[in-house]
Design a protein around this ligand. Structure first.
Ligand code: ADP
Ligand code: MG
Length: 448
């Protein structure tokens, strides 16, 4: 209202300065649009009106009256309706573009979201803890320390928290850094003893609402890095800021970790992320396919889940290798033949370290039975089933005659071996539980 009121006062002054015709035809049709930085922008309804108003005689009179009502330094600029709308459109487009660029440059990988994270037995607790922290930072688990082997999804989950917060809590200052980045920033800040750099470092790390440090296992004991981290940690913690840490091992297995940091970490939640089972691996491969638009036969998915170990990054690598191979052949759909061909070399390394002993040990480990029992004569179900499964696996995975398997199993007859094999073979077809068990053991055996 302020601008219009001012403009009305200008108009009443101008009425006495120009002829009634000039006033009614041109001046009274102007609309004040914006007043900023001593510039008043007036919009004329047409190009003719704009030209008329811009004529020296009229323009000067408007300026004079405007300066009396606004400030003595005010300049006026007359624009025309279409011209003005075009400018607005261009500015909007520029803002849009800037926004897009900044989301592209976002610190967080857009693919690593909670939606894209497959939850299974191995990671459900970690995932729930991370989600709870994303929904309510500094509320439940602080610090939250997650650990687990390579390629099990730690970095993915940290980014998922970041993406979630950018969307639901954009005003929060969320910082994700690797331990390496933290270290480099710190080393940089103390180089040459520059006071300002050191202050900048503290400002950067202590002004955040959520600090995520990835791969903390690399924290070194040199140059006071743990010391600095300790202070950063305390400062944030005392101000009720959320801290999330990821590591490939638990704090108690980080030998170089100072005791005081270890005890700080234990004050929150320490949660491990385990190796995915066969089913979760299948679900992850399928998710990846739908995300990337890969078309892959069902048996290829199972084949990859079976052949790969538990490192999901490697599993993704194998999947894209298969898809790439089939696309080289000009196919839109990867078939089992493509998968076998693409993974030819991979299969060879697998055979070299697989033997009956490894299969027996793995089965024993899996079912928690002893090797003596597995090979021996006991007939209770808890032993018979693992034994039959072991026989099936040796027959399926190794090229050994049935009689040889018989002698591994305490000199059993080859028909007994055949019977065991056929039984499991049948069960796999009708009992999904048995199929899963077999696949789980196979995937353990076929790890990279
Ligand atoms: P880490 O940091 O534990 O070494 P990453 O988070 O880098 O592992 O995960 C490796 C790859 O596996 C990433 O591409 C990630 O998206 C994928 N991944 C891991 N776990 C899952 C999961 N549960 N669901 C979907 N993708 C996963
Ligand atoms: Mg990682």
């Amino acid at each position: 209202m302020f601008l219009l009121d001012q403009w009305r006062k200008v108009l009443s002054k101008l009425q006495n300065e120009v002829t009634a015709v000039t006033f009614d035809l041109w001046i009274n049709t102007l609309t004040p649009i914006q007043y900023a930085n001593d510039e008043l922008i007036l919009m004329a309804p047409s190009v003719t009106a704009k030209n008329q108003v811009n004529q020296p005689g009229i323009f000067e009179k408007i300026t004079k009256c405007v300066r009396q009502e606004f400030t003595p330094y005010t300049f006026i600029r007359v624009t025309e309706k279409n011209e003005y709308e075009e400018t607005v459109r261009r500015q909007d487009a520029e803002i849009d573009k800037l926004m897009k660029d900044s989301t592209l440059k976002s610190k967080f990988n857009k693919k690593y979201t909670f939606e894209n994270f497959v939850v299974g037995k191995s990671n459900q607790v970690v995932c729930a803890a991370m989600q709870s922290v994303a929904e309510q930072p500094s509320f439940k688990f602080n610090p939250l320390f997650i650990y687990g082997g390579v390629g099990l999804g730690k970095t993915h989950l940290l980014h998922a928290v970041g993406n979630y917060l950018s969307e639901h809590n954009p005003e929060l200052n969320v910082l994700y850094v690797t331990c390496e980045k933290f270290t480099n920033d710190y080393v940089e800040s103390i180089r040459n003893g520059k006071e300002k750099a050191n202050l900048d470092f503290r400002e950067k790390y202590r002004s955040v609402d959520v600090l995520m440090i990835d791969d903390i296992q690399f924290i070194s004991n040199k140059m006071g890095i743990q010391e600095e981290f300790f202070h950063t940690f305390n400062d944030l913690y005392q101000n009720n800021k959320q801290i999330i840490i990821a590591s490939d091992r638990s704090p108690k297995d980080m030998s170089a970790l100072e005791e005081r940091l270890r005890s700080r970490f234990s004050s929150g939640l320490i949660q491990d992320i385990q190796e995915p089972d066969y089913e979760t691996k299948v679900a992850i491969i399928k998710k990846k396919c739908s995300q990337e638009g890969y078309l892959v036969d069902e048996d290829v998915v199972e084949f990859i889940a079976q052949k790969t170990g538990t490192n999901i990054r490697e599993m993704e690598g194998i999947l894209s290798k298969v898809v790439f191979y089939s696309s080289l052949l000009g196919k839109s759909h990867a078939s089992m033949d493509d998968a076998r061909e693409a993974l030819k070399d991979y299969g060879e390394t697998e055979k070299t370290n697989l033997d009956a002993d490894r299969i027996i040990n793995t089965v024993c480990d899996f079912f928690k039975v002893t090797k003596e029992d597995l090979i021996g004569k006991k007939k209770n179900k808890e032993i018979v089933e693992p034994r039959q499964m072991c026989i099936y696996l040796i027959n399926d995975m190794l090229n050994i005659p049935l009689t040889a398997i018989g002698s591994i199993f305490g000199g059993r007859d080859h028909t007994t071996i055949m019977h065991a094999r056929d039984k499991i073979n049948k069960q796999i077809k009708v009992n999904p539980h048995i199929k899963t068990l077999v696949n789980d053991i196979k995937s353990r055996l076929l790890k990279f």
